[in-house]
Design a protein around this ligand. Structure first.
Ligand code: WTA
Length: 662
């Protein structure tokens, strides 16, 4: 509870509240009836939500919880995710609607209608089938944010294959680990992507991943690598294994009958940081997952598919991209912006220029982006016409009241409802959020559980806390889009999520109920860090650091950071017997940061590395991260009485001036 206690102290009492505008409420998709319906009969509420999907065979049973905590929802029905996201719109006469306004970083654009996507996914599905990829096979997707990423995911779903998208910022080692764990048969990648005006190579990382580590052997499961030509850069080629996407996919016929799968058939695996260090392959079902994604998207974003232009700025490599770019919005027939680039290329007004040009009405982004824009100043967004915006969303980490108010005023012109949405890779879809047009909002609070979702805040013994108190966030009833497990490891699934409190799903977050019972998220209470909305664990970075020959011991903490929410701060003890260690702390730090980048990816690079002579430990040898966070956040050191050696903290602070290397 270290983090919770600390954040609770700092959480000032927020009293502002914004009631929905009557003009918005009059046309809102959500009504208070939603809560009422779900309150009266939760399962019936979910049955109705699931029936909005297109089923090949209708389901008769809603929930089978007999094998708890592994749920089966709508299990005797059959359907196909791609059919729901694409074909259905063609059948119902919406083929001409724009699905994506793609905005590439160098300025290239593509407009893709649902009919265009339909053609592309059928060709791609035939292409996958021609490579022998079929139902239940795993396909790793390692692509930039380009239309082929969406098409590849949907084509996998179409043939019943299970996609495992790996964010393009991960290293070759991280990619190999994920390919190995899922035993992927195919890897879909690109020659490269565009980043801040230059070409970033991707294919060489796949080559490295497949060449493998001398001790661990190559990713033996992979038969082919399918390569999208994006940048046109030179690419090494392994004959027989590597194939161009355009050679395989383009000549295929544009007719493909979807493979109908049971509702519980796995749709995808997505790896996320686990507390023990190795990433966990969380897997989601088809029917339940799609029900959660589509229903929440319709209610939380108030989507009016004929008139809205929706832009979720996440990468498709994260769960937000899966649920709120690919599956939820496409099932709902949304017109979206898909942007390959960064917020400040070629200038710091790029996002607002896109909002103006495409008349974006709904924007969904992360607090770290909002805080960055705050730093750049309101004069930049004010140069653009943002009057098309009518709803703003936030996700990924707690949003501080200042950022919330800035978002509301400067971006939303005081007229757009803000939906602060709490959820996780594990939950598949939004679990806590205001419903626009219904819920009065408070800056910094995610407010109330979604209809049909049962949430509580409990104390150490698992008892619900009273209003005004804080504790652990739990989900008390199964929900359709809940993860079905950790790939190949039921035991780890049960022990990670269900063993803390009997019969309750423990999310890993601390939360507070305010006097009205509204929810305030307080950040993680385990060793998961949230850096710019990306999940990392202290252990995975510590493992990486100690694998460097200079490092004897490492302790990593997430220190609060004005822009990124948290930042990685590492304390390292250098081996006395190591050769060639630079005498300058800054050189040691630079080498270690590069080491972590190579092993995990740029997103995990420590912001600060401090070379110290010792780290604080309890008598039982456990590192006391709380004290290191005090140092990293420049606070007076807290209670040291449980330390094996109470003088350690003085030694660390005393040695800092010399060793500090940001
Ligand atoms: C955090 C991202 C506060 C939380 C969708 C959670 C949030 C973790 C919010 C999941 C929010 C996400 N307010 N914290 N609105 N949204 N989080 O799996 O700590 O990448 O456990 O899913 O992000 O991160 P993940």
């Amino acid at each position: 509870m270290d983090n919770v206690a600390h954040t609770l102290e700092n959480l000032h009492t927020e009293t502002r509240s914004f009631r929905p505008l009557a003009s918005f409420a009059a046309h809102a998709n959500a009504t208070a009836y939603e809560y009422k319906k779900a309150g009266v009969d939760r399962l019936e509420y979910w049955r109705e939500a699931a029936q909005r999907l297109a089923w090949k065979t209708p389901f008769t049973e809603i929930l089978d919880w007999s094998d708890a905590p592994v749920a089966r929802w709508f299990h005797d029905g059959t359907l196909n995710a791609c059919d729901n996201a694409v074909d259905r719109h063609i059948r119902e006469g919406r083929g001409d609607r724009v699905a994506f306004h793609f905005v590439g970083e160098p300025g290239d654009t593509q407009t893709l209608t649902y009919a265009d996507i339909h053609e592309r996914v059928q060709k791609a599905a035939n292409g996958l089938a021609s490579l022998g990829v079929g139902k239940g096979d795993r396909v790793a997707i390692y692509l930039p944010q380009i239309p082929e990423a969406v098409v590849a995911m949907l084509a996998c779903a179409r043939v019943g294959a299970i996609h495992s998208v790996v964010f393009g910022g991960f290293s070759a080692d991280s990619l190999r680990q994920r390919i190995d764990d899922a035993e992927a048969k195919l890897v879909i990648t690109a020659d490269g992507g565009n980043r801040r005006g230059s070409h970033l190579a991707l294919k060489p990382l796949v080559d490295d991943a497949l060449a493998g580590h001398p001790e661990q052997g190559p990713a033996a499961s992979v038969e082919h690598v399918l390569v999208v030509r994006r940048t046109g850069q030179d690419t090494a080629w392994t004959e027989g294994r590597d194939l161009w996407w355009h050679d395989v996919v383009d000549p295929q016929p544009a007719e493909h009958e979807p493979v109908w799968v049971e509702a519980e058939h796995p749709l995808f695996i997505l790896y996320t940081s686990g507390t023990t260090g190795t990433p966990k392959g969380l897997w989601h079902s088809t029917g339940g997952y799609l029900t959660g994604a589509a229903q929440s998207h319709r209610l939380v974003f108030d989507l009016k598919p004929e008139t809205d232009v929706y832009w979720c700025t996440a990468d498709v490599g994260w769960i937000t991209g899966h649920s709120y770019i690919v599956y939820g919005p496409m099932i709902n027939g949304a017109t979206q912006v898909l942007y390959e680039g960064t917020p400040n290329t070629p200038h710091e007004g790029r996002w607002w220029e896109i909002v103006e040009e495409y008349k974006v009405t709904i924007l969904y982004t992360a607090p770290t982006a909002i805080r960055t824009f705050m730093k750049w100043g309101k004069a930049i967004p004010q140069q653009y016409d943002l009057s098309s915006l009518r709803l703003l969303g936030s996700v990924g980490e707690p949003i501080n009241p200042e950022a919330w108010m800035w978002y509301r005023r400067v971006i939303g012109g005081d007229r757009c409802p803000i939906v602060d949405t709490w959820w996780q890779t594990e939950t598949g879809s939004i679990m806590i959020s205001p419903l626009p047009g219904v819920t009065a909002t408070k800056p910094g609070s995610a407010m109330t559980p979604m209809p049909g979702v049962s949430i509580d805040v409990v104390d150490d013994a698992g008892r619900p806390v009273a209003n005004g108190e804080g504790g652990y966030l739990v989900i008390t009833e199964p929900w359709p889009s809940m993860l079905r497990g950790i790939w190949g490891n039921r035991h780890r699934y049960v022990s990670t999520y269900w063993n803390h409190f009997d019969g309750l799903y423990f999310a890993g977050d601390g939360a507070k109920k305010d006097v009205d019972g509204d929810l305030w998220l307080l950040g993680r209470v385990d060793d998961v860090m949230n850096v710019s909305g990306h999940r990392l664990t202290t252990t995975e970075i510590e493992h990486s650091l100690v694998s460097h020959p200079w490092v004897a011991e490492a302790a990593v903490v997430g220190a609060s950071d004005e822009v990124t929410g948290q930042a990685v701060v590492a304390f390292v003890i250098v081996r006395s017997d190591a050769h060639g260690v630079p005498s300058e702390g800054s050189e040691v730090a630079a080498a270690l940061r590069e080491h972590v980048r190579r092993q995990i990816g740029a997103l995990a690079k420590p912001r600060t590395i401090l070379v110290v002579s010792e780290v604080p430990k309890t008598r039982s040898g456990k590192i006391m991260r709380r004290l290191l966070r005090d140092v990293a956040e420049n606070r007076a050191t807290g209670d040291v009485t449980t330390l094996a050696d109470p003088t350690v903290m003085d030694a660390i602070r005393g040695g800092l001036e010399a060793g500090r290397a940001d």
